[in-house]
Structures are given as C-alpha cells and as structure tokens.
Design a protein around this ligand. Sequence first.
Ligand SMILES: [Zn+2]
Length: 383
Amino acid sequence: MRSLLITNIGELTTHGPQGTVQHAAMVVDEGRVAWIGGAGHLPMTDERLDVEGRAVIPGFVDSHAHLVFAGSRAAEFAARMAGQPYTGGGIRTTVSATRAASDETLRANTARLVGEARRQGTTTLEIKSGYGLTVADEERSLRIAAEFTTETTFLGAHVVPADTDPDEYVRLVCGDMLKAAAPYARWVDVFCERGAFDAEQARTVLRAGIDAGLRARVHANQLAQGPGVQLAVELGAASADHCTHLSDADVKALADSGTVATLLPGAEFSTRSPYPDARALLDAGATVALATDCNPGSSYTTSMPFCIALAVREMRMTPAEALWAATAGGAEALRDNEIGHLSVGARADLAVLDAPSFLHLAYRPGVPLVHTVLRNGEPLCTP
Ligand SMILES: [Zn+2]
C-alpha cells in the first residue's frame, strides 16, 4: 500500500497522547497512522490529500446495531407519536417479515444500511441477529451480517417467539441455535428485561455463549430498573447497553468494572422516553459509549452524528465527551484498542468533516458534515 500524507487538517482529534492538534498533518502507511505533526517539515510520501482546513476525527465505532431484518414499522412509529407506549412487542412484527424475506432481500437491506452508516462517518459497525429466532433464521442472519463486519453478535435471546414456552426456547437458544450461530458470531447478547428474558434465563444464555467461545454483551435496563446491568458486570460482559434506568448501585457497579455503559439515545428519541443519566455515569467514572441501536422499531437511524447531537443536547454530555464515546468508547465496548483513536500505530480509520471543528457535529445537527471517510487508510466514502 502506498503512503499517504494528509495535509492542511484544521483540527485533528486523536484521542491519543497528542490530544487535539490544530493545523496538523498526518502520514498513513500500511493502513496505519505513521506520523502526526504540524504544518511545517512535511515528510515525503507517495500520495497527498489536502483537506483544506477541515477537521479530522477518528471514524465512528457503532457498537450496537440490528441491521439484518426486513419490513418497516413506520406505522408503529406513527402510532407511538400519537400517544401509544413502546413495549418491545413489535419485535415480533419484524421477525415475521424477516423470516419471510429471501437472502437477497436481507443482504440488500443490510448493505443499504451499512452504506448509510459509512457515509455518516462510521468505520466499524457491530451487527446483531435477533429477528430470525429459529435455528435456520438466526444462522442465516449471522451469515449475512458476517459479510459486512467481523463484529457479529448472536441475539437469539431477543424475545421469546409467539406461541413458544420460554424455558423451552432458552434451551433451544443455548443448544442447537447457538451451535449453528457460533461459527459466524463473535459476541453473544441477550435482552434482559421484563417481557423478554429474566436474570436466570439471561445468565443461562450468556454462560452458554461464553462456553462456546463467544464474548458477552447485554441489553440491560432499557425499559425499567432490573438485573441486566448487575448480570453484565457479574459475567464480565464487554458492555451493558441502554442503561436507561439505573440504580445508584448499578452506576457504581459499572464504574467499578470494565463493563462499558453503552447509551443509545436514538431509542429514547424514537420512543419518546426519558434519556439515560449520562452525567451520573461519567461523573462516577464509568466508561461510556454511544451507539445507534439502529433497528426498524425503536431507533431507525444509522447516524452517529445524530446520536452525538442527542447526547450533547439531551444527556448533558460535553461535545468532547460525546465524540469520545462515539469513537473510543465504542472501541472499548468492542474490546478493540486499534480503533476509536488516531495515535501513531492505530488503524487509519477516520472521517474528514466539512467543518473546522468536531464541535459542529452537535452544533449543526441534522446537517451532513462528513466529507471523506478512510478505513485502513483507504477511501470508504469520498465526496
Ligand atoms: Zn438493541
């Protein structure tokens, strides 16, 4: 691979030892950040990219997305906006549509959403199964997800399918379904919530996944306080996701552990629910990530900039905290220390913004500010 000099960077956010550098330049070699410096004494490289004063940030790490599905729930959204509450039961609507869809339809829908995400600066994307809920349909969802990312998550324990005994279903998830899913999955996840899976069922699913060589992450405390966060910490899960309803003990448990609190404000936006208390988590010292939760029911957005804007406006995160959470925080939630930052040696996954500073991500909500996206130093999206 040819070496690339990126010049005339107005503001470079590294999330590394060099912090934020004004009037910066960067060399990318072999897909990695090889050098960072000021505007003078630029190294010789094979190629040059003049970004004309624009800001450069690490590529977004969206560590929580449900992209393999078919169908639309726009009508459910409209009903909710007209006053109906969100319960999570609509998942079964998407399950029916997903089972009925062809591989080609699922693949095309996933590709469309991955394309959207990339154009908005996302360079790493986690994709979950969870709309198949049969052995064959969960395997198929993960096989398709694995065509787009290595960060694939088995979420057979999303909801109990209609007309199925819950304990029997948990046995299926931990048995034949896990066996079929594991070759395509890196992570195991469970929706630990009233109406989905209780603590004992969730523990059983996660333990089975861990025994099969997967690593754990948990949908926890989205709709009410419950055992999800404590279970995630107990099992050493990489991340507890949602964290919308936390007790003081939950906040302390997250702060005292290596489990990342992944906040998904698109879900609160789209279900018109109270946002998580990001300040309590940050002030207690917990590691916070931001992700989209992209799914057709409760958060149909692929936009990390939108989530940053929500985090700043609605959750009182500073713009710098929100950017860190959407990049380095997501990387911690995926246990990948090569991404989410632009230190020398890191993977050259980055976004060039059509703005002089990353502050504009929250300052100019809804505006497409991503100009160019590189992954491993190669163009992923160009204007
Ligand atoms: Zn989710």
